[in-house]
Design a protein around this ligand. Structure first.
Ligand code: AKG
Length: 359
């Protein structure tokens, strides 16, 4: 448990999935976002834009192909903070199985899911809100959150035991995604002009953290009034998102527009988190994103968070601090940072401000 974290939610928890079944043509006031936060109408030029799709198989090609792939990733990190990867080495059947296993979990009877109800001290388990502010406007989603690493936090008792294959599937999925994250960490280090193991070492070497949040966005009778997940940047290092290929929903902020991501078949959506923004001294930025919901289709997504070891200070890499670019952030452990986020819930990038160096 994190020191000083609250043990209980400030109000009784209402499962959005249950609400979705009884709300026919309206939604409770608690879910209605202020006008400025609602999803605006998409213009046709926004519609055409998409997060870049990068073929990671090309990292095994000849030197020119490798250089061109590194260049595409570098550009995507600078321009978007997001990119999609295909030919990433993770088995497609495993990806489908992971998503569909979790879909089955969310369709289990409520009393089964309630056995895993979470609390804000660790967030592990079945949840329906982020943040503990009493009276906060809530998001139209339920989720399941679990730790994959470090082993000291991995607790099978807090993972679902149904559907029967769930634990094995999560384990295998986690193992494969760890390999992909290690590969991407090298790519980011090289692209930042650092030694290839630099970012991994700064994260704590082998001793890093990884967790999974599975998001379930039920159908919503008034999608224009609410959001599935409010705007936020990811607090950790890097995120690999397995989206629902059939249902778009993720929107990424770009030049003050919200771009709806069109998922490529069997791609992962990769994004830079706050800890890489700090380590890169803001050469790379964690970018705000949010999720919209719709009235005719539910949506499932799996967000795998690759994080630094939680008790080591994270600060700008010394190679990236220069007289004309002083360290922009003061050191903070991920535990300290995460506590702050867990209390507040999703709130754009305001938490990054807390890390800004006073100089
Ligand atoms: O569902 C999605 O597409 C995005 C989920 C997300 O941003 C998150 O879990 O942090």
């Amino acid at each position: 448990m994190i020191k000083n974290s609250p043990l209980e939610w400030p109000e009784p928890i209402v499962r959005v999935q249950s609400l979705s079944k009884i709300c026919i043509d309206s939604i409770p006031k608690r879910f209605i976002k202020p006008l400025s936060d609602r999803a605006s109408i998409i213009t046709s030029s926004d519609y055409d834009a998409n997060v870049p799709i990068i073929d990671l198989g090309d990292l095994n090609g000849d030197p020119d192909t490798i250089a061109s792939t590194l260049g595409q990733i570098s550009e995507a990190c600078h321009e978007w903070g997001f990119f999609q990867v295909v030919n990433h080495g993770v088995n497609h059947d495993l990806m489908d199985m992971a998503r569909e296993t979790w879909r089955k979990f969310f369709h289990l009877p409520m009393e089964v899911k309630e056995q895993y109800a979470n609390s804000p001290n660790t967030y592990e388990g079945y949840g329906s809100r982020l943040g503990i502010k009493k009276g906060a406007i809530l998001d139209w989603s339920d989720y399941y959150y679990l730790h994959y690493l470090p082993l000291s936090l991995k607790d099978y008792n807090k993972w679902p035991h149904v559907p029967p294959s769930c634990r094995e599937v999560i384990d295998e999925y986690g193992r494969e995604l760890m390999k992909l994250c290690r590969k991407l960490m090298k790519v980011l280090s090289i692209n930042l002009g650092l030694e290839e193991e630099n970012l991994q070492k700064a994260f704590g070497g082998e001793d890093i953290g990884a967790c999974l949040r599975v998001n379930f966005y039920p159908k919503c009778p008034k999608p224009d009034l609410t959001l599935g997940l409010s705007s936020h940047s990811d607090p950790g290092g890097m995120t690999l998102l397995l989206p629902d290929e059939q249902v778009a929903g993720l929107q990424v902020r770009k030049n003050n527009n919200w771009i709806t991501v069109k998922p490529a078949p069997h791609a992962f959506i990769v994004n830079i988190g706050d800890q890489i923004q700090v380590l890169s001294n803001a050469i790379y930025k964690s970018v705000e994103h949010r999720v919209i919901v719709n009235s005719s289709k539910e949506r499932v997504s799996l967000a795998f968070f690759y994080n630094p070891k939680s008790d080591i200070p994270i600060e700008p890499a010394k190679e990236l601090v220069k007289p004309d670019r002083p360290a922009l952030y003061t050191a903070m452990t991920f535990d300290e940072y995460r506590l702050f986020i867990r209390m507040k819930g999703p709130c754009g990038k305001s938490h990054m401000e807390s890390l800004k160096s006073p100089t």
